[in-house]
Write a protein that binds this ligand. Structure first.
Ligand SMILES: NC(=O)c1ccc[n+]([C@@H]2O[C@H](COP(=O)([O-])OP(=O)(O)OC[C@H]3O[C@@H](n4cnc5c(N)ncnc54)[C@H](OP(=O)(O)O)[C@@H]3O)[C@@H](O)[C@H]2O)c1
Length: 276
């Protein structure tokens, strides 16, 4: 294996591909990269939101399902051709979360989380990293979640998919960094996006209680952390102090956190008993 010295990536001359770039964290990150002068390409399924985002950012876009490896690889190849430049920065933000009680979630939900959140990330990485290694430059950043750092009541389908994203990025960091490619993984807590609004429709009461009254971050704050992470070639990218503490001291904090989370869950059961 040839070890290449990592060079700082000049965002202003880069081609950035953002999956999930039509909404939320992906859109906010694409906007920041476009403001920095990058050529931006967007991938998502829904054509209307994609066209609106592409128009706003003067970006190019392809509709594809990230879980469909052949369709996603073709979309990435076409975007590289249309932009006249291979992918220098990949942000994998496409994803979805479906909370619910473990005993009530369907098998399809468990599969969908893995297909979209995990394989959707893997498929994009597999399409761009061989070229990056060949050129000895590039940056790949995957969006995991605070639910990829600690198991949370109600996230038995979503959490494991985000843990898998984290495991994947930890493994490829060790392989790709010495070959000139920056690898990063983002752990956002709740972020005010359409996904969170959809998620809130399904959240068990106990999941809300565990989350407490913490105000969701803005997508712009997460995007700023991602772009700073690319500039500084950070591996772990945490947009807030709570998640940073969890990422650094998770295994030490876990018994304490679990005790507090269990107390909150019990308070829901107690309140339900009281109303019977
Ligand atoms: N919001 C939060 O609280 C939060 C917290 C932690 C982590 N995250 C993670 O952050 C990432 C972005 O979420 P967000 O909150 O920004 O959600 P969002 O606003 O709903 O955006 C999700 C984006 O992903 C695209 N997408 C979803 N499924 C796709 C698929 N199968 N193929 C291609 N594109 C797909 C969506 O477009 P289409 O639906 O049109 O395809 C959309 O562009 C996700 O991975 C999410 O799990 C979010």
């Amino acid at each position: 294996m040839t070890v290449k010295k990592a060079r700082a990536l000049d965002v202003s001359s880069a081609h950035a591909i953002v999956t999930g770039g039509s909404s939320g964290i992906g859109l906010a990150t694409a906007r920041l990269l476009a403001e920095r002068g990058a050529k931006v390409s967007l991938i998502a399924r829904g054509r209307d939101r994609l066209a609106a985002a592409a128009k706003e950012l003067s970006a190019v876009a392809r509709a594809a399902d990230v879980a469909d490896q052949a369709a996603l690889t073709l979309a990435i190849t076409e975007l590289e051709h249309e932009q006249g430049q291979p992918c220098d920065i990949l942000i994998t933000s496409a994803g979805l979360a479906r909370p619910g009680y473990f005993l009530e979630l369907s098998d399809e939900v468990f599969r969908e989380m893995i297909e979209v959140d995990y394989f959707g990330t893997l498929n994009a990485l597999r399409a761009v990293t061989p070229g990056m290694v060949e050129r000895g430059r590039g940056s790949v950043v995957a969006v995991s979640s605070a639910a990829g750092l600690i198991g949370i009541f109600g996230y038995s389908a979503y959490g494991p998919a985000k843990f898998a994203v984290r495991g994947l990025m930890e493994s490829i960091r060790a392989e790709l960094t010495p070959r000139g490619v920056h690898v990063g993984v983002v752990f956002p807590p709740d972020v005010d996006t359409p996904q969170l609004a959809e998620e809130n429709r399904w959240k068990p009461e106990e999941t809300r209680a565990v989350g407490g009254t913490i105000k969701p971050l803005t997508a712009e704050k997460v995007a700023a952390a991602i772009v700073a992470g690319i500039d500084r070639r950070r591996f772990v990218i945490c947009p807030d102090t709570g998640t940073r503490a969890l990422a650094r001291f998770g295994s030490v904090l876990m018994p304490l956190l679990n005790r507090e989370f269990d107390r909150r869950v019990r308070s829901i059961a107690g309140a339900a008993k009281g109303t019977q």
